[in-house]
Ligand binder design. Structure first.
Ligand SMILES: C=C(O[C@@H]1C=C(C(=O)O)C=C[C@H]1O)C(=O)O
Length: 399
């Protein structure tokens, strides 16, 4: 079965989201696991093609693979194979249930000021290496907020609330169990399409360059205009587009960005975005392998990739695990959609660890980057029923 996301949305059954190991609900439709579900053998990006080939050989045309690739290409992925009858599903409940976490506590890891110091350190590394062959041109540094609540974090209610923003894809992927504790789920609302593949058609919509939305319409417009004019943000963005074009070129006989770079928005953020369209040479290339070839783009890692990954490892105190990886699905024909795993949280029982990062290039201002990460937490915090600006603590003199 061919599931087309943006132009012919198709609703697949997901009787109970908490028991479905993956679901995606975005601008083009909704895809969720169902039927007989089995975990694929876990492995790194190196063995992915062989494992996908094995999994898809001989399966029924309506089989579906979905899940998450970790940020670290040498880390083990988490993929699920679903087989069985598909049934038409009713679209998810439009009602946005109020969500109130009982007795919650928030710990910044690290706090905004320590994050700003890490950004300053990254800028020093860039300056020290400038002009050398391995000079660091961009690195994306992230921080996290750990929320601990007195009651379990309700993933279904959170997803419903996240999905109420039409500009994002609300997703959840069940992650491997770490120990005997509660299950882990990666849950979020990503605005960034890594790759969508339908037959020979591919589409990617990278984002990089950000500004916080404002409640006042005039200030909001001004923020978008400033982003559209920002040389620093356009430099940050261009590196991502170049990397995606370079990676896709060998797979495509046509590739381009017909609309150029535009300002796009979610409910809480403005971004620079570029729609990249291509035609594959091989219609059978599975979307998950294209996602793996592209990942990690400089939207979440940096340039050059290996150097940026080293700096991330050295400067970030919390392991990314599946944050800033890729989440998505692909059917037996290889058609599917994969998203950059951002604006998300790893949820386990009563705790949720939220992540947000920002691209650093020469000219970045450490405190402004800390504020940007604070703003990026907003969507998840609000969906959890917490103050949307809680990630900005320490930046406004209120810490
Ligand atoms: C890394 C994140 O976002 C990425 C970084 C952006 C930026 O630096 O401007 C913008 C969009 C995303 O590609 C995140 O939200 O955690």
């Amino acid at each position: 079965m061919n599931i087309r996301l943006p132009h012919s949305p198709r609703h697949l059954a997901a009787p109970n989201l908490t028991s479905a190991p993956f679901s995606f609900d975005g601008p083009g439709g909704r895809v969720a696991s169902r039927g007989r579900v089995q975990a694929l053998t876990r492995g790194t990006s190196e063995t992915l093609a062989a494992r996908i080939g094995d999994a898809l050989s001989g399966v029924a045309p309506d089989a579906l693979i979905g899940g998450a690739l970790p940020f670290d290409r040498d880390g083990a992925d988490c993929l699920w194979l679903c087989q069985g009858e598909w049934a038409a599903a009713t679209p998810p409940e439009p009602a946005v249930a109020p969500l109130k976490l009982a007795g919650w506590r928030l710990t910044a890891e690290p706090d905004a000021r320590a994050y700003a110091r890490a950004v300053a350190r990254a800028l020093d590394i860039m300056a020290a290496g400038a002009g050398t062959p391995e000079a660091l041109e961009k690195v994306v540094l992230a921080r996290s907020l750990l929320i601990e609540s007195a009651s379990p974090v309700p993933v279904d209610a959170l997803l419903t609330r996240l999905a109420s923003d039409d500009s994002v894809t609300a997703f959840q992927v069940a992650l491997p169990q770490m120990d005997a504790g509660p299950g882990r789920v990666l849950c979020g609302a990503t605005p960034e399409l890594l790759i969508e593949k339908t037959g020979r058609r591919v589409l990617s919509h990278p984002l990089a360059g950000s500004a916080r939305r404002q409640a006042d319409p005039a200030l909001d417009r001004a923020a978008a205009d400033a982003l559209a004019q920002s040389g620093k943000d356009h430099r940050e963005h261009a590196l991502v587009v170049e990397a995606i074009l370079d990676t896709l070129a060998p797979y495509c006989d046509k590739l381009g960005c017909p609309e150029g770079t535009c300002v796009t928005s979610t409910r809480s953020m403005w971004h620079l975005g570029t729609r990249i369209e291509g035609r594959l040479r091989d219609a059978d290339m599975p979307a998950v392998l294209l996602a793996s070839a592209l990942h990690p783009t400089p939207a979440v890692c940096g340039v050059p990739t290996a150097r940026a990954a080293d700096v991330i490892r050295a400067l970030e105190p919390v392991a990314r695990d599946f944050y800033a990886g890729a989440v998505g699905w692909c059917d037996a024909r290889g058609d599917g959609a994969w998203y950059v795993a951002i604006r998300c949280a790893e949820i386990s029982g009563t705790s949720a660890r939220l992540y947000a990062g920002a691209g650093i290039v020469p000219g970045s201002d450490p405190m402004a980057e800390a504020a940007e990460t604070g703003a990026k937490f907003g969507a998840l915090l609000a969906a959890l029923g917490l103050p949307a600006d809680a990630g900005l603590a320490g930046l406004t003199g209120d810490a």
